[in-house]
Design a protein around this ligand. Structure first.
Ligand code: NAD
Ligand code: UDP
Length: 352
């Protein structure tokens, strides 16, 4: 297993990467990996779903401060100023909204940030020297696939406004990049979980977590009574849904691999980032209970609308195009997620 990369200031590439959503869950882990690999990072975020203290933690773990500008990505002029000042050669675009349920009740907000924000960013870099654009897409664009594992040519059929905004943003990026000399990688993530091995940064959802691992870990730490498992009558071995959980540090390292693969890529490519292995909800709950050292209270409730029974990635393209694969196990994911949760029971809100 590759450890979270230690800072190595001898690897300076002199390349500057603009990271939108840098203070978020995946963005913060990626900033550390980028800086450890010698990239200079200019992060932007409006802290809509993150806390400024994460920037201190990134600096602590990376061994140097992160350059940062607080802005909304829909503010094209503010973005343009950042691009003009820092001259990034690459962009990694994480900033966006990701709650499926909220996207159903507030679709306008999702189209504004996820699609409008992406258009604004594309506009802001249109006359820059950016030569690689990496986008955070999601396996949610596949909807409920007819066959697994899903390849990048599996038909797309998103079933929520969130999924439709990710697909629309992908299409906007493909069209934009076709007009200029800039490569693109549209990375379709599966289910990121876990945290940096230090336990200093991790996922800190606001309010009631929508996702399985954060909810289970909040039960373990005493913030919630019991996990509700959404259905045990699916056509799977134990009746619960199967997903492809990927350690967030593996995912972060996938972005470094994406930038290092730049010279081999002269077009806009879609790439799945997963492990290729499926785990059921009950398997995750059992692994999390092992990591925590006590059972995680849970109950079976009705299915959640819109859940696919089984989805996991075909990882062949990521391996060949990026020379990257995810090697952390479910045990690693649960151990590191628990380390973060137990060291920071209330997330960043009680941070020093
Ligand atoms: P996150 O919410 O932790 O991070 C997103 C960051 O973007 C936050 O820090 C937020 O404050 C910022 N942001 C939101 N709107 C903004 C705006 N208008 N201007 C500037 N900053 C803004 O989410 P994450 O889990 O790190 O996800 C990052 C990206 O990956 C998202 O685009 C998400 O759709 C995608 N993704 C996430 C998952 C997942 O399960 N976490 C799965 C697939 C894809
Ligand atoms: N899940 C669950 N209880 C929860 C949250 C999620 O049983 O409180 C299940 C959900 O039905 C799905 C799996 O866990 O089968 C992963 O859900 P999550 O929301 O984490 O990710 P998704 O795959 O929906 O993006």
């Amino acid at each position: 297993m590759s450890e979270p990369t230690e800072p190595n200031h001898n690897q300076a590439t002199n390349a500057t990467v603009l990271v939108t959503g840098a203070a978020g869950y995946i963005g913060s882990h990626t900033c550390i990996e980028l800086m450890a690999n010698g990239f200079d990072v200019i992060g932007v975020d409006n802290f809509d779903n993150s806390e400024p203290v994460v920037l201190d933690r990134i600096a602590e773990l990376a061994g140097r401060p992160i350059q940062f500008a607080e802005l909304d990505i829909r503010d094209t002029e503010a973005l343009r100023k950042v691009v003009s000042k820092h001259s990034p050669s690459a962009v990694i675009h994480f900033a966006g909204l990701k709650a499926v349920g909220e996207s159903v009740s507030h679709p306008q907000k999702y189209w504004s940030v996820n699609v409008g924000g992406t258009l604004s960013l594309l506009d802001a870099i249109s006359t820059s020297d950016v030569s690689m654009f990496v986008f955070s897409s999601s396996c949610t664009v596949y909807g409920d696939p007819a066959a697994v594992p899903v390849t990048e040519t599996t038909p797309v059929a998103p079933i929520s406004p969130y999924g439709r905004t990710k697909l629309a943003a992908e299409q906007a990026i493909i069209d934009h990049l076709s007009t200029r000399d800039c490569g693109g990688l549209l990375l379709r993530y599966f289910n990121p979980v876990g945290a940096h091995a230090s336990g200093r940064i991790g996922e800190d959802p606001v309010g009631v977590p929508n996702n399985l691992m954060p909810f289970a870990m909040q039960v373990a730490v005493g913030r919630r009574d019991a996990l509700s498992i959404f259905g045990d009558d699916y056509d799977t071995a134990d009746g619960t849904c199967i997903r492809d959980y990927i350690h967030v540090v593996d995912l972060a390292q996938g972005h470094v691999a994406a930038l290092k693969a730049e010279t081999d890529i002269d077009s806009c490519e879609i790439v799945n980032l997963g492990t290729g292995r499926g785990s059921s909800v009950l398997e995750v709950v059992n692994a999390a209970s092992e990591a925590v050292g006590k059972p995680i209270a849970h109950q079976i409730v009705a299915r959640r609308d819109g859940d696919a029974a089984v989805i996991f990635a075909d990882t062949t393209k990521a391996e060949s195009l990026l020379s990257w694969s995810a090697d952390r196990t479910m045990v690693d994911m649960c151990r590191d997620h628990w380390s973060w949760q137990s060291l920071n029971p209330d997330g960043y809100r009680t941070a020093d």
